[in-house]
Design a protein around this ligand. Structure first.
Ligand code: ATP
Ligand code: MG
Length: 756
């Protein structure tokens, strides 16, 4: 390929250009957030291709997520002005290692079609080994062993080269069990995540010919988010780059947030030792964020010791200060964010309008997402959960909804198929085929097919007993639909209890089970906003249907960890409370290591924002079914006052979003309010019933306690249908002509006067 014009170089500043044009030899780009590291890395690939140094399949480039790899490929294509035919070696460490290991599986005693175990499978296997070794699983849980083994694998330690200092791990049995586990995995022709790297490193170390083949093949190596590589990944890179040393790593020590998974910032320092003469490039101009955002982020990260240290600057205009707001509880926080997003779409408080795609909510813990998802579903705000399923797409929620669907319409065969054996009822594939055939030949639903099959004794044993119990249950629950004695909320609880579905997760000992139970509780809670099961099911199916298409703009919701490397014009950072962010665990730890990692996470969060960053905290939060009362995060105290605007929570002071006077000081005073005995009393009351705000502004009404003393012609608000006028009253039912939703009958207790 002859050298072509290089307009892409003109988009870079001199330091970036320096790093891009130094094509040969080791390069380390060490720079803060938003300084264009990823941009420089991408341009470097373009330059390699454009100057004919390498073909697309000779470049090995490691990104942090598969999504990042896809985006990088697109960008390369765009900058190059032509689509590139595949860059097979652009991906995550894991995805690249899977490919390598499939090619050379036999060298570690595996077949090339090996399976990759997920964490659940891994744990199950370890449990078996622990049980077989007569170890008390209660004192020495298999999960702890899994942690130890992961830790060793992240350091590229195979069972025969574990350092003596680790001999005491897992009550002294760790090393032995690790060896057994590896043998068992090979028997199963399986690997876990850690093995992907471990095996490939081992192959490279033991088979010089294989290593040299790849050293020659990968002419250039590039690594993004280098600060988060662990030792095994580092060794892998060092081996591959050992020949030509054309390796370019970019990273930011202040954004190292995977220490808990074995990442070592020390790898940055090792780089210059292992690759002497490496060109080190520092970038200081930030192109992403406004000065207020940047300085707020710097103010927080300054609290960490032992940083490599760097100051960022930007030419951007000051823009908005970082906004800070405290709320009564997590639901109120979600409600406020929902309203704020809607207001921002239109343009509020002198700011430009933001589209949904331009806004993101970044949470510390994934359980925080539900409050937002519930709220957004209720108000019909399209959203996208990145890095995990959306609430109504989760397995346990789909199962529970399938039960509800069957209770409401027993002919729903798809729903039946989903739950006939969840929980396990001893009804396997065969039994299901029988049910299906009976149903088909009689032209009836699967539920009725089951009845016929049971009557004709076409099925026996435990399966028959359980199936008839399920059908009886469905009949019984079906009769309760619309009954005045049982509310649809109680009915939902009855169905989940009597079907054994809740018990299934209660008895499940996998790490996911508590979260699933919590989600089920959250589902029942979501029902409160509806009059009956049908209404709720309709609502969810409509929303899910509307959301099916990938088109249309959406707010992104993701964890801070998943947000690394990304940028959004407007970012919401909720849940800044001690115990949540920083996490309780990091606060309990003796050293400062954990806390420093949390602080870097805060830095990552703030620096995702381009124009507007909104931090919030709640005085009360329900975590896994328990109400907790929290202090605002210590990181809030570290935000430099001159870059922060404190907003007044509307619920607290009777409306208005004006800035509170007194800045951070008044924020601290607010925190005290949250911890005063009065608020605590309210908090304990709120444990017994749905939270209602001390003072509601008119567009925020979800007061389930409001009872009816309504009059004809009154203007009212309904949580789901919005504003309307009462056109009929029948007992506790109201007929309302809604402004947007048309005329509907609703239950009076779901309706409030506009000024309640
Ligand atoms: P992070 O540490 O968060 O991963 P980063 O250093 O990788 O950040 P990039 O994502 O590459 O930063 O760049 C941040 C933003 O700045 C992007 O929108 C990018 O297009 C823009 N940018 C980077 N370099 C320049 C430049 N020289 N001129 C104009 N814009 C730039
Ligand atoms: Mg980046």
């Amino acid at each position: 390929m002859a050298a072509r014009p290089m307009p892409y170089l003109d988009e870079l500043n001199p330091a970036q250009r320096d790093a891009v044009e130094a094509l040969d030899g080791p390069v380390l780009m060490l720079a803060g957030a938003g300084t264009g590291k990823t941009k420089a890395l991408t341009t470097r690939i373009v330059h390699l291709l454009n100057t004919g140094r390498a073909r697309p399949n000779e470049i090995l480039s490691v990104t942090f997520t598969n999504k990042a790899a896809r985006e990088m490929k697109e960008r390369v294509g765009r900058l190059l002005g032509q689509a590139i035919e595949g860059m097979p070696w652009m991906g995550t460490f894991h995805s690249i290692c899977v490919k390598l290991l499939r090619r050379h599986a036999e060298l570690v005693g595996l077949k090339s079609n090996f399976t990759i175990l997920d964490t659940d499978d891994q744990l199950r296997l370890l449990k078996q080994l622990v049980a077989a070794s007569n170890i008390d699983d209660k004192r020495w849980p298999a999960r702890a062993l899994a942690g130890v083994i992961d830790h060793w694998k992240n350091r590229a330690w195979t069972p025969d080269n574990i350092p003596a200092s680790e001999a005491g791990a897992y009550n002294g049995r760790g090393v032995d069990l690790y060896a057994q586990y590896q043998v068992r995995l090979k028997e199963l022709n399986a690997v876990d995540f850690g093995d992907l790297l471990l095996h490939v490193v081992w192959i490279f170390q033991q088979h010089q010919d294989v290593l040299e083949q790849y050293q020659r093949w990968f002419k250039y190596i590039l690594v993004d988010e280098y600060q988060d590589t662990n030792v095994a990944q580092y060794l892998w890179l060092r081996l591959l780059a050992g020949g030509h040393k054309n390796i370019c790593c970019v990273g930011d020590d202040d954004q190292s947030i995977y220490g808990w998974r074995g990442a070592e910032v020390g790898n940055i320092l090792r780089f210059e030792k292992d690759f002497p003469g490496a060109k080190v490039v520092r970038l200081e101009q930030n192109y992403r964020s406004t000065p207020h955002i940047l300085k707020a982020a710097s103010g927080v990260i300054r609290g960490n010791e032992g940083r490599l240290g760097k100051e960022l600057w930007t030419e951007a205009e000051d823009g908005e200060k970082v906004r800070l707001i405290g709320h009564w509880d997590g639901d109120e926080e979600a409600r406020w964010v929902g309203e704020e997003i809607e207001a921002m779409q239109k343009g509020t408080r002198g700011m430009r309008p933001f589209s949904l795609n331009e806004m993101a909510i970044l949470v510390r813990a994934s359980h925080q997402m539900r409050a937002f998802e519930d709220r957004f579903l209720t108000i019909g705000l399209p959203y996208l959960v990145i890095g995990g399923p959306r609430f109504y797409e989760r397995l346990e929620i789909r199962d529970a909804m399938a039960y509800f669907r069957l209770v409401v319409s027993p002919d729903d065969d798809l729903a039946f198929e989903r739950i006939y054996n969840a929980p396990r009822r001893g009804l396997g594939e065969k039994a299901f085929q029988k049910i299906q055939m009976t149903a088909r030949s009689n032209g009836v639903s699967l539920v009725d097919g089951s009845r016929i099959l049971l009557e004709s004794k076409g099925i026996g044993g435990k399966g028959a007993v359980e199936l008839s119990r399920l059908i009886e249950g469905l009949d019984r629950w079906g009769r309760m639909v619309g009954s005045p004695e049982v509310s649809h909320i109680e009915l939902a609880e009855i169905v989940l209890d009597e079907s054994g579905y809740t018990a299934m997760w209660q008895n499940d000992k996998t790490p996911e089970a508590p979260g699933r139970l919590e989600n089920l509780k959250e589902l029942v809670k979501a029902l409160e906003g509806f009059e009956n099961l049908q209404g709720f099911l309709e609502h969810v199916s409509l929303i899910m249907d509307n959301d099916k298409s990938d088109q249309g703009e959406k707010v992104s919701i993701m964890t801070l960890h998943a947000a690394k490397g990304l940028e959004f014009p407007a970012v919401f950072l909720p849940g800044w409370e001690d115990g949540l962010f920083p996490s309780q665990r990091s606060m309990d730890e003796s050293g400062i290591k954990g806390l420093e990692e949390e602080r870097r996470l805060a830095y990552v969060g703030i620096t995702r924002a381009e124009e507007l960053c909104t931090i919030s905290f709640a005085g009360n939060r329900r975590v896994f079914g328990q109400w907790q009362s929290n202090l605002p995060s210590r990181f809030i105290d570290e935000l430099p006052e001159e870059h922060v605007e404190v907003l007044t929570p509307p619920g607290l002071y009777g409306g208005g979003y004006g800035a509170a006077s007194g800045g951070i000081e008044s924020r601290v005073a607010e925190a005290d309010v949250y911890n005063s005995p009065g608020w605590r009393r309210m908090q304990s009351r709120s444990q017994q019933r749905p939270v209602s705000q001390p003072k509601e502004t008119k567009n925020q009404v979800i007061d389930l306690q409001a009872t009816s003393s309504h009059t004809m012609g009154e203007r009212v608000f309904h949580q789901k249908f919005g504003y309307g006028e009462i056109v009929g009253i029948e007992g506790d039912k109201l007929e309302i002509a809604f402004e947007k939703a048309g005329t509907k009958k609703v239950v009076a207790r779901f309706v409030c006067g506009p000024d309640d």
